[in-house]
Design a protein around this ligand. Structure first.
Ligand SMILES: Cc1cc2nc3c(=O)[nH]c(=O)nc-3n(C[C@H](O)[C@H](O)[C@H](O)COP(=O)(O)O)c2cc1C
Length: 338
């Protein structure tokens, strides 16, 4: 395992070796993924929604605790805009707390109550959002740290209009709590750049999709390994109740874009392409990568092979160190003589 290189308020807060967080991944954030990140020196979050019910989620918490060798791990709690998607939120929090989880990635609107309950139980909440305005609100509501995701982020970058690296220095100037930046980061150079921009950690998603410990089908991982800089597209900009959705550019995504261009707007007009378990069943389980909307951003292009999570994270850290050396050789620390 790569020795620790950076000590930041994020590494201190989470008690982790590297300033690397792995975001919740719908259908894919199971115990194997989370524990692989944790054992490699980062922090990751289970997604309760990925399990068929609270009982299955509770069993996954037990499995995760066993796989984490006593190290802490996290849970992602997403306050959905769709009210009946939040029915299990309290139960997920209770089950997590009872399983000893104290690290939460919160997402969505008005997280104040959730953060309050997490604090009452002695936990901490890092709130993930796309806009600086939302970040400041979450900080006021008590969030212990903030993740801001830029428009490049795989999944739902919400209303994000700006790139991660535009937002990072602005947010770092405005927030008092530690900042994590996510979206488009898949290399160690990117990690160093985020830290230089004022972030104290990075959040990754797309770069980790082909990790050995991710349960998805080999054909899906092969598609991620083959991804290039333009292999993702932003769908539903302004037309979906969930906001924009950055996905792998496949047949389903192209059809969504075609229907949007033709004026389709209501959920029903896209339901055959986007609904429920399609991505899980077609792509992740069966390897039919042209079917289902598959959250993914351009950072997948940094993936060169299916590798163990520890190799991915060690490589990121080694690259960050090399990028730091390159900068110091440029004389970045000293004024250049005129
Ligand atoms: C396959 C996939 C599924 C995701 N599912 C969720 C989710 O369920 N909840 C969530 O908060 N974020 C989700 N995200 C977003 C990630 O947690 C993270 O914010 C994002 O991937 C970071 O940007 P990047 O993909 O450019 O690294 C998902 C991302 C991907 C790639």
């Amino acid at each position: 395992m790569h020795p620790p290189v950076f000590r930041t308020r994020i590494t201190e807060l989470f008690g982790i070796r590297h300033p690397i967080l792995a975001g919740g991944l719908m259908w894919l954030s199971d115990a194997s993924y989370v524990a692989a990140v944790v054992r490699a020196g980062g922090m990751a979050f289970l997604t309760p929604r990925s399990f068929p019910g609270p009982g299955a989620f509770a069993r996954e918490l037990v499995r995760c605790r066993e796989l984490c060798d006593g190290l802490p791990f996290g849970v992602n709690l997403n306050v959905s805009r769709v009210e009946n998607h939040n029915l299990h939120l309290d139960e997920w929090l209770d089950l997590s707390l009872r399983a000893g989880v104290r690290h939460f990635e919160t997402v969505g609107r008005a997280p104040g109550d959730l953060i309050h309950r997490i604090h009452e139980a002695g936990g901490l909440a890092i709130h993930k959002c796309p806009l600086l305005r939302h970040a400041l609100n979450a900080e006021r509501a008590g969030a212990d740290a903030i993740t801001i995701i830029g428009r490049e982020a795989g999944g739902h970058p919400g209303n994000a209009e700006l790139s991660s690296f535009v937002v990072a220095p602005m947010a770092a100037r405005s927030l008092r709590v530690p900042l994590v930046i996510g979206g488009g980061i898949g290399s160690g150079d990117g990690v160093l750049a985020a830290l230089a921009a004022g972030a104290e950690g990075v959040l990754l998603g797309s770069r980790l999709l082909a990790a050995e410990e991710v349960w998805a089908h080999p054909a899906y991982k092969a598609r991620i390994v083959a991804a290039e800089h333009d292999s993702s597209v932003l769908t539903f900009s302004g037309t979906h109740p969930m906001g924009a959705w950055r996905v792998l550019e496949n047949e389903a995504a192209r059809e969504v874009l075609r229907r949007e261009a033709a004026g389709a707007r209501s959920y029903e007009e896209f339901a055959d392409l986007v609904g429920g378990t399609k991505s899980r069943d077609h792509a992740y389980r069966n390897g039919e990568v042209e079917r289902g909307m598959l959250s993914c951003g351009p950072a997948a292009a940094f993936t060169g092979a299916v590798e163990p999570m520890e190799t991915i994270i060690d490589t990121l850290m080694a690259e960050a160190v090399a990028a730091g050396r390159r900068l110091s050789r440029l004389g970045a620390m000293d004024p250049v003589d005129a």
